[in-house]
Design a protein around this ligand. Structure first.
Ligand code: ADP
Length: 375
């Protein structure tokens, strides 16, 4: 927007008319004091400033606004009878630019100058925006680097814990064998096996992450029966976690189209999390059902739950809820992998949760192959 400052109303009217005809937005002030008040409140691209005004003259206005941060980018065109004085004040003025036009004003020259200032203004704004974007990009790199370092440190810790436990059990196992105590040896061997399994799951998750990043996560899509898969899986999970009662609800009843191992991986992840984040609860519910052309699965727990603000982000890579991250170990990649798997099945994944009352993780996927639907 342009501000015209002139004490003669007829000058204001004619300048305003010409500028508005050329699609410029115009504001006016009839004295230096009024101009200052307006400049304090609003940013102008250009001020057309009459030098000779009663009260505050044009130079005084220019000097006064040279200190305003709002006017940092503002250019000024003086309307002056004498050009020499204009050069005097340009020294101390570091604004968006200064120029002058002798009176009586030649409208063509004024328009040319106004257009030039506007072009410079647009260009410097574009440059500023580019600079801001570049700065943000650099920050975002830096941030990615920090997250990567943090991830490496948590991942090393997560890998080291089962390794240390394995080491300990192997020493105990050796002692049991020395004593020929085979029943204790068997129990210890089972503990080693559990830890090895934990390690393999962790390594598999890490490999999946790198496959997702490089677009190489492959799916073996075919029709399969999901009900027996769920029977088998829940039996194994129940055996491994006797402290919770896993209650199964519903049935799908038909075959579904997908990667059997990947769908099982999502269910395992939901159930493992449900157990992990419900240390004091006694049961969890696993529901499966057919819903129109989709199948729906959900795992409901009665654990710590989560506040609404986290519910959108927990499927993001490396996202862990800070308040509970020390109490529960993890890498924050399981749900990210689940989301990728479900989205690659053209499905939808989500969570409903109340802090302190528990969570319900669910997903839908279409029962049949998209190609089949098209035929
Ligand atoms: P991890 O459990 O290894 O941190 P996930 O990707 O599986 O990683 O989960 C991401 C985060 O979501 C967890 O850190 C936890 O804060 C939250 N979360 C996941 N499942 C549950 C659940 N059943 N109840 C409460 N919070 C959960």
């Amino acid at each position: 927007m342009i501000l015209i400052v002139d004490d003669a109303p007829e000058n204001i009217i004619s300048l305003k008319k010409v500028l508005e005809k050329n699609d410029f937005e115009v504001d006016t002030a009839s004295s230096g004091e009024e101009a200052l008040r307006k400049i304090l409140k609003k940013s102008y691209v250009l001020i057309i400033l009459d030098v000779q005004m009663p009260g505050m003259d044009g130079f005084e206005v220019a000097e006064a606004i040279s200190g305003y941060s709002r006017a940092k980018e503002t250019a000024i065109i003086f309307l002056s009878a004498a050009s020499a004085n204009v050069h005097l004040i340009t020294k101390g003025y570091s604004s968006g630019g200064l120029d002058y036009i002798s009176k009586p004003v030649d409208m063509n020259i004024l328009l040319l100058k106004v257009k030039t200032f506007y072009r410079i203004y647009e260009q410097s704004r574009a440059l500023n925006e580019m600079q801001t974007t570049l700065r943000e990009e650099i920050e975002f790199r830096k941030e990615a680097e920090r997250k990567k370092d943090e991830f490496i440190s948590i991942a090393s810790h997560e890998l080291k814990t089962p390794l240390t436990t394995i080491n300990g059990y192997i020493q105990l196992l050796e002692r049991s064998l020395d004593k020929n105590d085979l029943s204790t040896a068997k129990i210890r061997l089972q503990k080693v096996q559990n830890q090895v399994e934990k390690l393999s799951l962790l390594v598999a998750d890490l490999l999946d992450i790198s496959k997702i990043e490089s677009g190489k996560l492959k799916f073996n899509m075919k029709y399969f029966s999901v009900d027996p898969l769920l029977d088998q899986l829940l039996e194994e999970m129940q055996q491994a976690n006797p402290q919770v009662k896993i209650i199964r609800k519903g049935n799908v009843g038909t075959e579904i189209y997908g990667d059997e191992m990947r769908i099982e991986q999502v269910l395992i992840n939901f159930i493992t999390n449900a157990i992990k984040y419900s240390p004091d609860s006694e049961e969890l519910h696993v529901t499966s059902t057919k819903c129109g052309n989709d199948v729906y699965f959900s795992v409901r727990d009665f654990g710590i739950g989560m506040a609404e603000e986290h519910q959108k982000s927990i499927f993001d890579k490396f996202y862990r809820i800070e308040e509970t991250s020390e109490r529960f170990q993890g890498l924050g990649i399981g749900l990210y992998i689940c989301k990728e798997i479900i989205e690659r099945h053209h499905g939808k994944i989500g969570v409903k949760s109340t802090l302190g009352e528990g969570s319900e993780f669910y997903f839908y996927i279409p029962t049949s192959s998209p190609e089949k639907d098209q035929n």
